[in-house]
Design a protein around this ligand. Sequence first.
Ligand code: NAP
Length: 522
Amino acid sequence: MGQARRTGDGRACHRGMTTSDRKATRLICSLTASDAKSMRADMLAAAKAGADAVECRLDYLRPIPDAVALKALLAGHRVDVIATCRAPRQGGQFAGSESQRLDVLRHAAKAGATFVDVEDDVPVADWPKGRVICSFHDMAGRPDDLGSIARRLDASPAEVNKLAVVAGGPEDALAALEVLRACRKPTIALAMGEAGAASRILARKFCAVGTFASLHPGAESAAGQFTLQEMRELVRWDSLSPATSVYGVIGCPVAHSMSPAIHNAAFTAAGLDAVYVPLLIQPGEGHFRRFMDALVARPWLDWRGLSVTIPHKENALAYVGAGNCDGLARQIGAVNTITLRPDGLRGDNTDYSAALEAMCVAMGIRREALAASHLAVLGAGGVARAIVAGLRHYRAEVTVYNRTVARAEALGREFACHAAGLADIANTTAEILIHCTPIGMHPKVDACPLATIPPQVKVVFDAIYNPPRTRLLEMAETAGCKTVSGVEMFVNQAVAQYQAWTGRPAPRQVMRDVVLARLADR
Ligand code: NAP
């Protein structure tokens, strides 16, 4: 059966589930077609798309397949086949009785399925030897006693263990990965749902027997499954290894985030054995803390860095501790970059430096030269706050214009700058204008925060990156101003994170191309 290799921390790592054992952790495409002909076609399509194995979800088939139908379905299969037939109590669709369900699995085994997946409450004694996956499912959450469940699965006569729970937060994905380390037998362990994504992606690093993916969007057999294409292209499944370093982005929502695409493309371009995963954490300091505690307690994860986005930047500062953060992150009150170092956590804010860098490069000046400039900042939210803190750090003169004047005044008091209402921008004496409201952002791309560009303004920087060219920037260009797109700030902050984590120069052009390609797709 499976051979052993070594994880990053030198532990033995089991893999393989077939006698051929030709590959490491399998990318298993779960097939959910409702008729046998389509499922057979999907088996071929999955193999063509790079799946190492397929899971035939026989419970999706209508009518219930008999021995003849299963023989036709499984004849001459090119990749390993797992036959699964789940009852509704375990998240399945099977419409018949329990004895009919078990008959379907027996027929599938006779028809040549490589493995049959039998739930842990079904006695496995009379199943074909060496071809049984004993599976445990919790469709309501993650039980506290995963360790004892893992020991129970290990004690069954089945060849392979499978454990699937529902993730409340990404800490449950980490608990599933711990099961992979704890089990003596080849094992699949995953946390379902979007919050469990890390358990699916990191399965290969921790030498699971396999991880499940769907053939295309909408064909998932369980919540949180990526498509085969996403697994192979977005998270670079084929290049993952036990030595892979791990990074991720914390946010809510996080599914829309471009960061996994940007950082994974950068790792590929630089030839780094690293992967970047999305981490959905619900709002609230308690949720953030629960995940971070679970992460810090598991150094064997090889986790090196985290991007932090809305709504957790303040929670990140509180967790890392002001003493471990850069001075401006403390002043801004927000951390968007956490680095896990051997001596502890470090917090940084790359937002302000990304914005300043974008402007200074466009203007061909050093940051210190900002001391001689007067800048108008439109908006007083999170981005404006980071930029104002950065500008004041370099002693620039700043006036904040905001719809809610009291908010501009509060920022003005805190960072010793001027404050005014939005209407006053028409009379600004500033030469550089920085726009930090969402006006003009996708999908309302025709909106513009200003009727005209104030006469003194020579440079306009719009923090909005979607679209890359806003109405405001078009208007500024027509007025003869130098313009800077929010795309530059967006790329700069990712570049700064990459450099903080890896200590290497980032492949900036690759990262920029990913952002522009993704924005063009939207
Ligand atoms: P935020 O904290 O919600 O602040 C929004 C600001 O916009 C507030 O000052 C708010 O004024 C003002 N505002 C909102 N709607 C308005 C309206 N209809 N009319 C006038 N003022 C309005 O948002 P944020 O996090 O600072 O983000 C601001 C923008 O920055 C985002 O929309 C995004 O496009 C951009 N951004 C860019 C990057 C990048 O890397 N390039 C990163 C993050 C964000 P009140 O105080 O009166 O509510």
